[in-house]
Design a protein around this ligand. Structure first.
Ligand code: CTP
Ligand code: MG
Length: 478
């Protein structure tokens, strides 16, 4: 809700900060239903149209900027109520442009507002200013002439402060999770260019999704989804400093000892930077199609426990017989041994068993990235650690984030439209934290403040190396 007299700079500010479709202006609607922006006879029609547009956009939980004088308390109360009833945050933007500046700008316009009218508007500002504080807005933002000058200079056009405050901590490590492979006619070239762009962008590693058929959440079933350990071997050959691994490998796919062998091999090929995400598996279809058994969930979770134990036994030094809690092996002759100690990331956030497995046997868990979930699940994990007598600091909290990341507001909206399918735009945007680099960076710092050490970032619209420029902008802001 914009509030300010004529010439205060409301429309100019709105155009600098919002998409044209997000701004609904009484002047513009006068021109739609009347003879022009200044056709005062058309005001009634213009405002009823404005009310309809506001109601329709709020009903879809879409941003709407009301560009009117905003000096009328009853109108403001009405829009505020509508926003509230649709569960939208409501912000008033108060233009503290000095009267002299408004008058000067006004006199320079084609059709100036009569001086007496402008005087009345300026007088109404005093009561609006004091009323706004008690009307119940989530926030009252003040725009000064200096703010407007900065907009004109092309800098600082962000509504939200972008820079980190002192209270914010450092950012987390960010690993690129690749879940789609639109590599056209040149798979190896595509992979190489994406990996090198990831290095350039500042990623700490690459994680590959491990599925036998492309999953519906990502793309169509006939799109390519390569075997990850083969693919990671090729990436290891690039000689970068990226950490390399899967997120996540279902334990149903390969006998644990064979995965241990793959991880150890990768680890020696990439200089001790291998990690492995492990999960219980969930998608029956790919198991059936590939002739891989798909036991019930409780059995798969047992298998997850046994797998981690087997892998650790085969990675340890010595070739003696191994007898553990769940697994016995007649010998542990497994060469090459990994160079380092490959990190085991337990995927899934089931609170009763999966997080307990992570707490007892994992080096890390992997959670969805919304802050409320992270807060809650991390507490559950810590509880399991305590029960198991393990220091919670030994189990890293990582998240998988699938953000819509736009270059600017327009670009972000276009991407949401392209990706959302049948989900409504506001829901899709919220679910995928749609925004620009600085907004995601702030979110990542907040996650780090809540104990997240690594964000696995998957771009839902990754087409090739050029897309990582957007991610680079995010990483620069961390
Ligand atoms: N203007 C300016 N410098 C700014 C902002 C605005 O010179 N930083 C000028 C605009 O070019 C315009 C006039 O001031 O000629 C009024 O700006 P506008 O954004 O149209 O003001 P509004 O508050 O929208 O005025 P109204 O209520 O009359 O629509
Ligand atoms: Mg205007």
């Amino acid at each position: 809700m914009l509030v300010g007299p004529s010439g205060a700079g409301k429309s100019t500010w709105a155009a600098a900060h919002f998409r044209a479709a997000e701004v609904v202006s009484s002047d513009a609607l006068r021109a739609v239903v009347g003879s022009g922006e200044h056709d005062l006879d058309a005001s009634g029609d213009a405002f009823s149209l404005l009310d309809q547009v506001v109601a329709a956009r709020l009903g879809r939980r879409l941003t709407v900027v009301v560009d009117t004088l905003g000096l009328d308390h009853a109108r403001r109360a009405d829009y505020l109520e509508r926003g509230r009833s649709n569960g939208m945050p409501c912000v008033a933007v108060l233009f503290e442009t000095p009267g002299a500046v408004c008058r000067e700008r006004n006199s320079g316009r084609d059709r100036p507002v009569p001086s007496r009218v402008l005087g009345q508007q300026l007088a109404a500002m005093d009561s609006a200013r004091s009323a706004l504080a008690s009307e119940g807005w989530d926030e009252v933002v003040t725009v000064t002439v200096e703010d407007q000058e900065r907009d004109r200079a092309g800098a600082g056009t962000r509504v939200e402060p972008a820079r980190r405050s002192r209270a914010d901590g450092a950012g987390p490590e960010v690993v690129l999770q690749v879940s789609r492979f639109p590599w056209g006619q040149d798979p190896a070239g595509w992979l190489r260019s994406v990996a090198l762009a990831a290095v350039e962008a500042g990623f700490g590693g690459i994680a590959l999704m491990d599925h036998l058929i492309q999953i519906p959440q990502v793309d169509r079933a006939w799109e390519p989804i390569p075997e990850p350990w083969v693919t990671l071997g090729m990436l290891a050959g690039l000689g970068t400093e990226l950490r390399l691994g899967t997120l996540v490998s279902p334990v149903t796919f390969r006998p644990a000892g064979v995965t241990a062998k793959a991880v150890a091999t990768l680890d020696v090929l990439c200089g001790g930077r291998a990690f492995v995400g492990l999960g219980a598996g969930w998608w029956e279809r790919e198991h059936l199609a590939f002739g891989v058994p798909f036991p019930p969930a409780s059995r798969r979770l047992d298998l997850l426990e046994q797998s981690i134990e087997t892998m650790r036994a085969l990675w340890a030094t010595g070739t003696k017989a191994y007898t553990g809690e769940r697994v016995s092996l007649p010998e542990t002759t497994a060469y090459p041994r990994p160079l380092g100690r490959p990190q085991v990331v337990v995927g899934g956030s089931g609170e009763v068993r999966t997080l307990r497995i992570a707490a007892r046997q994992g080096d890390a868990c992997n959670l969805p990235s919304d802050l409320d979930t992270v807060r809650h699940k991390a507490a559950v994990l810590a509880g399991h650690c305590e029960a198991a007598g393990r220091d919670p600091a030994e189990v890293a909290v990582t998240v998988l984030d699938v953000p819509v990341l736009g270059r600017d507001r327009d670009d972000t909206c276009r991407r949401v439209e392209r990706l959302r399918g049948r989900t409504d735009a506001a829901t899709y945007a919220r679910r995928h934290h749609a925004g620009e680099a600085h907004q995601h960076a702030r979110r990542y710092r907040e996650l780090a403040d809540h104990g997240v050490s690594t964000v696995f970032l998957a771009l839902p619209d990754l087409e090739g190396p050029d897309d990582l420029e957007r991610a680079a902008a995010l990483l620069r802001e961390l």
